[in-house]
Design a protein around this ligand. Structure first.
Ligand code: MBD
Ligand code: FE
Length: 291
């Protein structure tokens, strides 16, 4: 690689740069180890290993294949792609088993690109974006209520999404820190309104280990266009979710298996003629009282 190539490379969203940011983000927010009893660690570790052993026996895995796996696992760490790998291919089942008891709004996976502490408005907000931000303007309104229908004034609606080129601020270079990330505090009647632009379909990085797996297996690397949200209110369970746009070619084969029918938006032309508008209401389950 020449120096010029290297310089060009550095300014692009490489898998390694995105992975390093995602790994650092994870360490800052979530890496404290759960206090898991040894019996449970033993059961889970043993059953995962048994599933691996069964696969090896069923398919007569060769030493070449075993060594290819070893090399690949090493590279996942080097590329910082453990957060990406686990969120794309594993998180959806963790989300499924942990939200099975909920009656309120459906959630789905968080993915690797949430950042806490985005700038917030009250009642209505416009996400920070560049002066020439590409993409169709999108007006997103809704309400936050409790499962019994009570509005939840003061609920916090956090939103983050990719830009029209499929890049997330703080994980791709040369995008302002809080671009297309923000939050809004619901009004007295639980309503909120957010102005942004429609995100594009998202391709997970193709030049790292996850991309290598996708290539080697003949899969594809696309997620449908989506908005990420976290909606929370005092005394209620936080919902982490995503919303999708009808007609996206990847709604039916999301690489991250995170689409649900309840999460489909219904965009209409905006009343002011400028882009699209969508309405989506959130219903929060009450917090479970411990003990
Ligand atoms: C994303 O934007 C995303 O939402 C998920 C789940 C995985 C990788 C990138
Ligand atoms: Fe995403």
């Amino acid at each position: 690689m020449t120096l010029l190539d290297q310089t060009l490379e550095d300014t692009r969203a490489t898998a390694a740069a995105t992975g390093a940011s995602a790994t650092e983000r994870f360490r800052a927010d979530k890496a404290s180890l759960a206090d898991t009893p040894p019996e449970r660690v033993s059961t889970l570790a043993r059953e995962v290993l048994e599933a691996v052993h069964a696969t090896i026996r069923r398919h007569d895995v060769t030493y070449d294949e075993f060594n290819a796996l070893k090399a690949w696992l090493i590279s996942v760490g080097e590329d910082g792609e453990w957060p990406l790998f686990l969120d794309v291919w594993v998180e959806h089942v963790v989300e499924e088993v942990n939200s099975a008891q909920r009656a309120g709004s459906k959630g789905t996976i968080e993915g690797p690109f949430y950042v806490p502490g985005a700038p917030r408005g009250t009642g209505s907000t416009t996400l920070s974006m560049r002066a020439d931000e590409p993409g169709t303007p999108l007006l997103f309104t809704g309400t936050v209520t409790s499962v019994d229908g009570t509005p939840l004034p003061g609920a916090l609606v956090e939103i983050w999404h990719a830009d029209a080129d499929g890049f997330y601020s703080q994980f791709a270079p040369d995008i302002p820190e809080w671009n297309l990330r923000g939050a809004v505090v619901a009004d007295e009647d639980g309503s909120f309104s957010i102005r942004t632009v429609q995100p594009a379909p998202y391709q997970i990085p193709t030049d790292g280990s996850c991309g290598k797996l996708i290539d080697a297996a003949g899969w594809h690397s696309w997620r449908p266009a989506h908005l990420h949200l976290k909606v929370g209110a005092e005394g209620h369970q936080l919902v982490t979710t995503q919303l999708y746009f009808p007609g996206d070619p990847h709604n039916d084969d999301d690489v991250a298996s995170a689409v649900k029918p309840e999460l489909m938006l219904d965009p209409r032309p905006a009343e002011d003629g400028n882009g699209a508008e969508v309405v989506y209401d959130f219903v929060l389950d009450r917090a479970t009282t411990e003990g």
